[in-house]
Design a protein around this ligand. Structure first.
Ligand code: PMP
Length: 369
């Protein structure tokens, strides 16, 4: 018998507000075509794999020592990358990094949210935002989007004025719907927000819209831009997320971050991956072209497709998305049921993966269309 196997979670003295909740759960299934977690489908380039391997070998000699707690070299490299990508000069002290942008977001909620405080987001959006709010005991308010899932700045401002949240979450491009928020709308939201605005730009590299990083100098006490190496950078397994903000924001996060949270191995691997940014990000244009191709083909099959600036598409027309999801899976394609009535989400893959997805879509259209 498994020691302790006879009891279940109900037998534990769990926090009352966590009882009955479900963990974040994209199924990790062994399927040929996995288009469910918005990863970059292309393998890391051979040069990157060699560089990561050699970098890890070099730092392995120091594994008896704790890592650089402040990850200065990595943050300097990230500041260089993000500064070049956004056209805004950034210093090392503008950047903070953690194990995935999920950890970045959690640190932000620990420092600026918490018991007695409120965070507001625009639903549907990234499902981890309310889950991290719940874990940090931050009250969560879901404000609405337009019918087409885009963000209406005037409605958003009204929600901000009504709820006066300590933190506003804006995702651009939005997951799972795909639209970017224009700079002018971001400026309107920032002006209205009484506290922090977290701009989650996990898919920023896929969008032609300018980054909110351009507004940092204008709103230094409010704006935090969160980014990740999990998507365009093809580094989801490396777990590296980061943010850009005023140096004082980074100082504030030191109060809640665990010491040595970024291992020697993570820091070395992420720096090596950044040295190959040009090669990895070379896939972005191909993925954007494929996004257009897949969107057109889905439309041709009769599925309404939501406009996307990211590396995934939300498409609709399903009476029963769960049933359609299973039908895709039976066809060897894993997509995502994000819980939006009538819709499913598919990541843009390689051309071959997208062909497999479109073939499966033909069958799904014939059965459920
Ligand atoms: N933000 C958004 C909008 C996302 O979609 C994701 C990943 N699905 C994340 C943040 C977190 O990614 P990671 O922790 O891998 O950086």
């Amino acid at each position: 018998a498994i020691p302790g196997g006879e009891i279940d979670i109900a037998a534990l003295p769990l926090r009352a507000d966590l009882r009955g909740k479900s963990p974040y759960g994209a199924p990790q299934l062994d399927v040929a075509v996995r288009l469910n977690t918005n990863e970059n489908p292309y393998l890391p380039p051979p040069g990157l794999i060699d560089d990561v391997t050699e970098s890890i070998r070099a730092v392995a000699a120091d594994l008896h020592r704790y890592p650089d707690r402040d990850a200065i070299a990595l943050r300097t490299d990230l500041a260089d990358y993000l500064g070049t990508a956004t056209g805004v000069e950034l210093d090392t002290v503008n950047v903070w990094a953690a194990n995935g942008s999920n950890e970045v977001l959690q640190q932000i909620m620990q420092a600026f949210g918490g018991p007695g405080r409120t965070a507001l987001g625009f639903a549907p959006s990234y499902s981890m935002h309310p889950i991290i709010a719940s874990g940090t005991r931050t009250e969560w308010v879901a404000a609405p989007r337009r019918e087409d899932f885009s963000l209406d700045a005037a409605t958003a401002v009204r929600a901000i004025e009504e709820h006066r949240p300590d933190i506003v979450f804006v995702t651009s491009p939005n997951n799972p719907t795909g639209q970017s928020v224009p700079l002018e709308d971001l400026r309107t939201l920032l002006a209205a927000a009484p506290g922090i605005v977290v701009l989650d730009e996990a898919y920023g590299e896929f969008s032609a819209a300018p980054s909110g990083v351009r507004l940092l100098a204008e709103f230094p006490t409010k704006l935090i831009v969160s980014r990740t190496m999990s998507k365009a950078f093809a580094f989801a397994g490396g777990r590296l997320g980061y943010l850009a903000a005023a140096p004082a924001v980074v100082d504030a996060l030191q109060l809640v971050r665990l010491p040595y949270h970024l291992s020697v191995l993570t820091q070395a691997a992420a720096r090596a991956a950044l040295r190959h940014a040009e090669a990895t990000l070379g896939s972005v244009a191909a993925l954007v072209a494929e996004r257009h191709r897949v969107a057109d083909a889905l439309t041709g099959l009769g599925f309404p497709v939501v406009h996307s600036d990211a590396n995934f598409l939300l498409f609709g027309g399903f009476a029963d998305p769960a049933e359609a999801w299973q039908s895709y899976l039976d066809g060897g394609v894993l997509v995502r049921d994000v819980g939006i009535p009538g819709h499913l989400r598919a990541t843009v893959g390689t051309p071959a993966e997208n062909d497999a997805f479109l073939n499966a879509s033909k069958e799904v259209a014939a059965r459920f269309g």
